[in-house]
Design a protein around this ligand. Structure first.
Ligand SMILES: C[S@@+](CC[C@H](N)C(=O)[O-])C[C@H]1O[C@@H](n2cnc3c(N)ncnc32)[C@H](O)[C@@H]1O
Ligand SMILES: *[C@@H]1O[C@H](CO)[C@@H](O)[C@H](O)[C@H]1NC(C)=O
Length: 156
């Protein structure tokens, strides 16, 4: 019981941190928009150390909301989205996949047919190694992970 409460507290705390990052994401995404990146067609996002709770998809949904808002401001058509969720090999990606139908349905319900598609995939592995090909992402997000030192960086 006590440990379940602790876990709940941790999730709520992490959620608060994710929501507090919205103004910063807003600022960053505006900066990207000025380089006309959304005209590319597909906006590619990575979340490093994504975890496997509902908070993971909250990050994706916040980013998508902001991109759509910024596109509206700039009279751009919203891009397609590719969301790459990264965490260690042992992460419970199955739990995330089970949350996807609801995530996709909500996106459709709230944004309509004009937005999307949004395609979510998993990229298992450590972010201390290579996860993506060169120049394949527009935005990399990480919350509560980089300090989670699963590996201490070697000092050269
Ligand atoms: C505290 S959780 C945060 C989860 C989520 N980002 C959030 O804010 O709710 C930290 C996550 O980082 C992941 N992680 C730690 N070291 C990692 C590494 N080297 N590569 C990828 N993921 C890592 C852990 O597996 C864990 O899921
Ligand atoms: C992003 O910033 C603009 C002001 O530059 C503001 O109008 C808008 O509400 C902000 N959006 C979010 C999601 O915070």
């Amino acid at each position: 019981m006590a440990s379940q409460l602790m876990l709940l507290f941790l999730f709520l705390f992490q959620e608060t941190v994710i929501q507090k990052a919205i103004p910063c994401l807003n600022h960053t995404i505006k900066g990207i928009a000025s380089r006309d990146i959304f005209l590319d067609g597909c906006f590619k996002i990575a979340d490093l150390g994504c975890g496997s709770s509902r908070n993971t998809l909250l990050v994706a949904s916040n980013i998508i909301d902001i991109v759509i808002e910024v596109c509206k401001e700039n009279n751009h058509k919203p891009p397609q989205f590719q969301v790459c969720l990264n965490d260690l090999f042992g992460n419970d990606f199955n739990n995330l996949f089970k949350l996807l139908p609801e995530f996709y349905a909500k996106l459709k319900r709230e944004k309509g047919e004009n937005v999307g598609p949004c395609i979510v995939s998993a990229v298992p592995g450590s972010f201390y190694g290579r996860l993506f090909p060169d120049k394949s992402l527009h935005l990399v997000h990480s919350s509560f992970s980089v300090h989670w030192l699963s590996q201490v960086r070697e000092i050269a």
